[in-house]
Design a protein around this ligand. Structure first.
Ligand code: DC
Length: 225
């Protein structure tokens, strides 16, 4: 059983997927982390992010490890815990750039599919989980929210972490990333034809989780019938 959860940055997919994984006991694939790790590894090696071939080679050779802990999943790159580093704003931007390169997406496809193990459920979080990577998934969710609301949440997170915030820049970054994610030629961010749409603009995470769970249960009942 695979449940795909796609949608733009900041819609709440990460939190929703963690709740769904906890509730179902399924494994979790954070595909965005793979693009973030590729970007970080490329930046560390001084590779030009627009050079498809070199970045794809980096994606193929990534030495990574996902380590579940009490607080969540730790992400390791070449023997180093980079869980915090890959969440930095500039790495998110760089990830969006490398994610637009077709050879990079191809290089990461096998790694992503390897998370689906026979007999074990999977929650797959990303942009093209339901349209490309796990096209055959029986339950597909597409979680979105307005750019303004996503910016507001991001600003609140940064303020809580006592980090410097430029609200207008945050909104511009979100809009720029949305544009790149939805307009790229390979695997653009669009809902699968059979996806259930959820809009979290005016819902808190508990309400989103309840709606997602009933959508999953309704879909499971259709599949079983
Ligand atoms: O979900 P995230 O913010 O961690 O993703 C980082 C970037 O990677 C984002 O700009 C979109 C891209 N991405 C993608 O193109 N395809 C995926 N399946 C996951 C993420």
């Amino acid at each position: 059983m695979i449940i795909t959860v796609d949608g733009p940055s900041g819609a709440g997919k990460g939190t929703l997927c963690q709740l769904l994984a906890k509730h179902t006991g399924f494994a979790l694939l954070d595909s965005g982390a793979l693009y973030r790790l590729t970007a970080l590894a490329a930046l560390r090696k001084g590779v030009d992010l627009s050079c498809e071939e070199q970045v794809a080679n980096i994606a193929l050779g990534l030495e990574i490890h996902f380590k579940p802990t009490e607080e969540g999943v730790q992400v390791w790159l070449a023997g180093q815990d980079v869980s915090r580093q890959i969440r930095e704003e500039h790495i998110g931007m760089a990830a969006s750039k490398v994610a637009a390169l077709t050879p990079v997406r191809t290089a990461l496809l096998i790694r992503q599919r390897a998370f689906a193990v026979d007999g074990q459920g999977l929650i797959a979080d990303g942009r093209d989980m339901g349209t490309v990577v796990f096209k055959e998934a029986k339950v597909k969710l597409f979680l979105t929210a307005s750019a303004q609301e996503r910016a507001r949440r991001r600003i609140a997170q940064l303020e809580q972490a006592k980090l410097q915030v430029d609200p207008e820049q945050i909104l511009r970054d979100i809009q720029e990333r949305d544009k790149r994610d939805t307009e790229r030629k390979t695997s653009p961010l669009i809902p699968a034809d059979d996806a259930i749409l959820l809009d979290s603009t005016s819902m808190d995470i508990n309400a989103v989780f309840e709606q997602a769970l009933s959508a999953v249960q309704a879909q499971q009942a259709i599949v079983k019938a």
